[in-house]
Ligand binder design. Structure first.
Ligand code: NDP
Length: 448
């Protein structure tokens, strides 16, 4: 992926200078710019309106102290972030990541990606992301609650149902959303849909839990069908064993695929008989255990330390659902060598630029994250709609809307790729289709 357009190259250089030491953010911007070359050549009006200069600069960046008291009575301090990147097409929307690796560059890459992803969903949502370098692993419920309350005590000054609606992400599940929602309501004295991913007893949407994983499979199914293939009988690898990975596995299995491996940040399991997803759900959702515990359920399965090895298992379809840059050029080359035909991304930016080059050079069908995993935020958008009309749709109603949204996202990517002379390059299609809607809105609203 190399940018040739002089204007885009110059803007990328200026973006690098202004955002030093943020390689993930620069990686995300470079990828989008690569795809936008043919658009920029056709649309001088967008250049004149300074759309791209404005797009790479967040509207607002909030960084704050999060003090909390641990179970030993000791004060701990974490750093909180909320990046409100772009509100051209709707209120800011994007998840909250709780992981020790979190710093400004990670939240900015995620917020930037979210702009295009939210645009692709067809729903009116702007792009944002938040989080903290807090590590929920090994913390008691009381510690998690005190952290979430402290985090929201500051964050509540900047968010609102018509302004910015955060959601879950790595480390932020139903428990954390519940504690944050409770604190927001207590401080602001208003019961509004200010967070999505809420519990079903207090405004959550049916099918939100399943949405990202199911949506990934709906998108992948469309991509396969457009290329004369299906999930049926295929061997699938899924990295991660969190929210996205689990429900991707459930849906892929329901389509007749054989999922043979899953992982966590310590290692991966390989079960040649096909993953027993009920066991994984019990380990991860009920016991909050490690993927290694799978051996307690299936003694003939294999466990290997380290995350990268999962990509050495021969497969037809790889669904990375753990974290950014988990497939590098070397792993991508091994996937190709072993006959993998499809990579579709549940995690955000799980493939390095070298990995993406390898997919495109070898004719791999590549479903980029901002399109393939947009089902989560799309269903969050549906949760916002239900909160606004004070009504709840059935699981089937939400799932059907999600399915239709994922079909329309695939169609938009496919058509944009064809229109701009890159048929089959769904990454370019996703970037172009996501960008154009936001760009038109920014231009229409003037230089703000
Ligand atoms: P969870 O916290 O539920 O699960 C994350 C999984 O990835 C865990 O199995 C975790 O293992 C593993 N993981 C995390 N960090 C690493 C790492 N550095 N190396 C290897 N494995 C790692 O998160 P989600 O399932 O919600 O999110 C997964 C990905 O999907 C993220 O990229 C997220 O941004 C993206 N996403 C999520 C959406 C959602 O609706 N939840 C929506 C769209 C995208 P361990 O338990 O050991 O940490």
């Amino acid at each position: 992926m190399a940018i040739k357009n002089a204007y885009l190259l110059d803007l990328l250089e200026r973006t690098k200078k202004r955002n030093p030491n943020e390689p993930e953010f620069i990686q995300a911007v470079s990828e989008v710019f690569t795809s936008l070359e043919p658009v920029i050549e056709k649309r001088q009006d967008l250049v004149d309106a300074g759309v791209l200069e404005r797009l790479v600069e967040p509207e607002r960046q909030i960084i704050f102290r999060v003090p909390w008291v641990d179970d030993n009575g000791k004060t701990q301090v974490n750093r909180g972030f909320r990046i409100q990147f772009n509100s051209a097409i709707g209120p800011y929307k994007g998840g909250i990541r709780l992981h020790p690796s979190v710093y400004l560059g990670i939240i900015k890459f995620l917020g930037f990606e979210q702009i295009f992803k939210n645009s692709l969903t067809t729903l009116p949502m702007g792009g944002a992301k938040g989080g903290s370098d807090f590590d929920p692993k090994g913390k008691s419920d009381g510690e998690i609650m005190r952290f979430c309350q402290s985090f929201m005590t500051e964050l509540c000054k900047y968010i609102g149902a018509d302004c910015d609606v955060p959601a879950g992400d790595i480390g932020t599940g139903a428990r954390e959303i519940g504690y944050m929602f409770g604190q927001y309501k207590r401080i602001r004295n208003e019961w509004v849909g200010v967070l999505t991913g809420k519990g079903l007893t207090y405004g959550g949407s049916l099918a939100r839990t399943e949405a990202t994983g199911f949506g990934l499979c709906y998108f992948t199914k469309e991509m396969l069908a457009a290329n004369g293939m299906s999930f049926d009988g295929k061997t699938v690898l899924i990295s991660g064993s969190g929210n996205v990975a689990i429900y991707a596995c459930v849906k892929a299995q329901s389509y007749g695929a054989k999922v043979v491996a899953m992982s966590d940040s310590n290692g991966y399991i390989y079960d040649k008989n096909g993953i027993d997803i009920a066991a994984v759900k019990e380990i991860k959702e009920v016991k909050r255990g490690r993927i290694k515990d799978y051996l307690n359920y299936h003694k003939d399965a294999e466990y290997h330390e380290g995350c990268k090895g999962i990509w050495t298992i021969p497969c037809d379809i790889a669904l990375p659902c753990a974290t950014q840059n988990e497939i590098d050029g070397e792993s991508a080359a091994i996937l190709v060598k072993n006959g993998c035909k499809v990579v579709s991304e549940g995690a955000n930016m799980p493939s390095t630029p070298e990995a993406i080059d390898t997919y495109l050079a070898n004719g791999i069908l590549y479903g980029p994250a901002k399109a393939a995993n947009a089902g989560g935020v799309a269903t969050s958008g549906l949760e916002m709609s239900q909160n606004s009309i004070r009504y709840s749709w059935s699981f089937e109603e939400v799932d059907e809307k999600l399915h239709n949204i994922m079909k329309s996202i695939f169609k938009a990517c496919d058509e944009a790729a064809k229109e701009y002379g890159m048929p089959g390059n769904y990454m370019a299609g996703a970037n172009i289709a996501g960008f154009l809607k936001v760009a038109e809105a920014m231009k229409a609203q003037g230089n703000v």
